[in-house]
Design a protein around this ligand. Structure first.
Ligand code: UDP
Length: 414
């Protein structure tokens, strides 16, 4: 286990985005909490939604006076192959879960739990990857409250994977899900729902004219391989079958029948804990080989992601399964309408026809129709975009998440 590095941040910097009532509630909750020491544990310090959230949440909890560490597990590549299979199995993939996979998982999670020598009042284990640490932690630190933050929707989980997860839940005091129903399939643990949030002050989300130096360069449209004067569809996602990048390319081809000069950018990162990414990337590359206006971009800096979400005319999040999809709130915050699959946390963020459109996940023609309608109507894009920004301001900005965590910490330590 090693500590992830975070930049310090002050909750006061969020004042422009926070109602007075929320500001007071945060300070009151933090002062009532007293001295508690908290650790968040996950498997990567960069790439994917969990790392994105922890980079904001951890410094802010420290700023309001909650002593909070972020610990990252150390694990060999084979562990990530197993945890990716568990992730997929929990999302409904039926592939086999062998005894040797279980053994790899057990060994690595126990080793990481044994490597933790500091005592915390509360340890928050993120996702199935770190859940396996729970029994060892409970033995070593019986006083520590163990929270499992599951970012996955378990509704369609394959039984073998679900039972495996269930077998680790005994020592867990509280399980957090993005939506209450995501955890219906598990039992014996108290559950709470907390929606994720995006940080308006990061290089990914702040106004482009506030960027400087390398960030401003990364956001410069000159550095993009497409024409910013022509329509642009964009999906930003890990290269993962559940994000359906091949479906996005199919929808793009449909759109070009009505709006021929449309371009598509598929942007993805290759996080350390996602071995499947490169395989999916190759498939996407092959599918896009004959389409000069389909651009695959990898490992862009945050400021580049920010600029793309603003230059895009329509953002897609055509997921087949989804926990929350931070990418939806990120785009809405920039006033860009989103066409998203009607799965997981996407309908929580998109009010169909109000700030974007929801489409049936496998419906390529329906997706293309919605995108085409938006590309052909500047006013519609602008009005949906304006409402999208309001949705995020009301419900999905970091200070609300800080408040939710303070409430949770108060409940589990009282
Ligand atoms: N992301 C990024 N670069 C990429 C792809 C994704 O910075 O090339 C970020 C994206 O902006 C978002 C996060 O990674 O903040 C993905 O979170 P989301 O909840 O959408 O999906 P997850 O990867 O957790 O399934």
């Amino acid at each position: 286990m090693h500590n992830a590095r975070t930049e310090s941040q002050s909750i006061a910097a969020y004042d422009p985005y926070v109602r007075e009532q929320q500001r007071d509630a945060i300070h009151e909750a933090a002062s009532e909490l007293g001295d508690v020491r908290v650790a968040h544990v996950n498997t990567t310090a960069s790439g994917g939604g969990v790392a994105e959230i922890l980079h904001s949440l951890v410094p802010l909890l420290n700023d309001v006076g909650v002593d909070t560490d972020w610990l990252v597990m150390d694990a060999p590549d084979e562990f990530y192959d197993v945890t990716k299979a568990i992730h997929n199995g929990l999302q409904g993939d039926r592939s086999e879960f062998t005894e040797s996979m279980r053994e790899t998982y057990r060994t690595v999670t126990v080793e990481n739990a044994q490597a933790l020598t500091d005592r915390y009042d509360v340890v928050v284990l993120h996702d199935p990857q770190s859940l396996g640490m729970a029994p060892t932690l409970a033995e070593t630190f019986p006083e520590t409250v163990l929270v499992w933050r599951c970012h996955i929707d378990l509704t369609d989980a394959t039984p073998a994977y679900l039972e495996f997860v269930q077998s680790y839940l005994d020592p867990i005091d509280r399980a957090i899900f993005t939506l209450p129903e995501y955890g219906d399939a598990i039992s014996g643990v108290e559950k709470v729902a907390v929606h994720p949030a995006i940080d308006p002050l990061t290089e990914k989300n702040r106004p482009l004219d506030e960027l400087s130096g390398a960030a401003a360069e990364a956001a410069d449209p000159e550095s993009f391989p497409f024409d910013t004067d022509r329509p642009l569809m964009l999906q930003i996602s890990r290269f993962d079958p559940w994000k359906d990048p091949l479906g996005v390319i199919d929808a793009y081809h449909d759109v070009t029948e009505s709006v021929p000069d449309t371009q598509l950018a598929l942007v993805g990162s290759m996080p350390d804990d996602d071995p499947e990414g490169i395989e999916v990337y190759r498939k996407v590359e092959a599918a896009a080989a004959d389409s000069p206006d389909v651009h695959l971009l990898t490992n862009l800096p945050d400021a580049g992601i920010n600029a793309l979400q603003r230059y895009a005319d329509v953002v897609l999040q055509k997921s087949l399964r989804e926990g929350f999809a931070l990418t939806v709130s990120e785009a809405l915050w920039k006033g860009t309408p989103v066409v998203g699959g009607d799965v997981g946390g996407i309908p929580l963020q998109i009010d169909d026809g109000v700030n974007g459109y929801l489409v049936e996940p496998m419906d390529i023609a329906g997706t293309a129709d919605r995108v085409t309608g938006l590309l052909e109507d500047d006013q519609l894009r602008a009005s949906l975009g304006d409402r999208g920004r309001e949705t995020v301001r009301e419900r999905f900005l970091t200070p609300r998440l800080v408040e939710d965590y303070l409430t949770l910490l108060a409940t589990v330590t009282e």
